[in-house]
Write a protein that binds this ligand. Structure first.
Ligand code: RET
Length: 247
């Protein structure tokens, strides 16, 4: 067979992935260090947030080391007469990271709003559905992948609704300082999380942008959604006694 097999992999992504790995490690050390300056019962948000950047550091270590990915056929080029099959580098390790960290991010937010545990647990389960449908969709070669994507988007719509409506009202009832802390972190999250399915659509989904550009797109999102979000959240909690949130 004289037809060639092409694979789209990142050539410049590794350097960026190393840099973000370093950011995640630094953020983890800062959050743990800040925790140590507080009495034990005032550390919950430091610990949750440090856990998030710790997991991300290992995911970025993997991607920087060119690990945690698998080649997946990109369907729309299957009939190309010159190239028999085009593969794309799919970093499944992202989804292992997100499966652990997005529930923790939601705990950060929903505990800040003082939401009851049954609500928090249900939102987390819907979040896990969103991540797993994204992973399965990324690994599926046919256009059925967009079916999984649609389920994931429906899950995200519910999560964003709970954040910007239910939880926001709840946080504001607990006090204006709690309301302010929640609204700054909650709006950052709602905005950033909506960009993730757009990144998926042009990377794992449609193979529109290169794996190099993917590294930049997801990289910026992850830095804003984890260390920057975490710093904002911990700052927002200065002067708020966790006892007021039932913690
Ligand atoms: C996927 C694809 C399926 C549809 C949707 C998605 C949303 C993913 C999100 C990820 C958030 C990740 C974060 C990581 C930590 O930094 C799975 C891409 C809706 C919202 C915040």
């Amino acid at each position: 067979n004289d037809k060639s097999v092409a694979i789209a992999i990142t050539t410049h992504g590794s350097d960026l992935y190393w840099a973000i790995c370093a950011i995640m490690i630094t953020a983890t050390m800062v959050f743990v260090g800040l925790a140590a300056t507080k009495p034990r019962h005032h550390r919950i948000f430091h610990y949750i947030t440090a856990a998030i950047t710790m997991v991300a550091a290992i995911a970025y270590f993997s991607m920087a080391s060119n690990l945690g990915w698998t080649p997946i056929d990109v369907e729309f080029q299957r009939n190309n007469p010159v190239v028999r099959g085009v593969n794309r580098e799919i970093f499944y390790v992202r989804y292992i990271d997100w499966f652990i960290t997005t529930p923790l991010l939601l705990m950060d937010l929903l505990l800040t709003a003082g939401m009851p545990w049954p609500t928090i647990l249900f939102v987390i389960v819907v979040d896990e559905v969103m991540i797993v449908t994204g992973l399965v969709g990324a690994l599926v070669k046919s256009s059925y992948k967009w079916g999984y994507f649609a389920f994931g988007c429906a899950a995200l719509a519910y999560i964003v609704w709970e954040l910007v409506w239910t939880a926001r009202k709840h946080a504001n009832r607990l006090g204006s300082d709690i309301g302010k802390a929640f609204v700054s972190c909650g709006s950052l999250t709602a905005f950033l999380w909506i960009l993730y399915p757009i990144a998926w659509g042009v990377c794992e989904g449609g193979n529109v942008i290169s794996p190099d550009s993917e590294a930049v797109f997801y990289g910026i999102l992850d830095v804003l959604a984890k260390p920057v979000f975490g710093a904002l959240l911990i700052w927002g909690h200065r002067g708020i006694d966790p006892g007021r949130l039932g913690l």
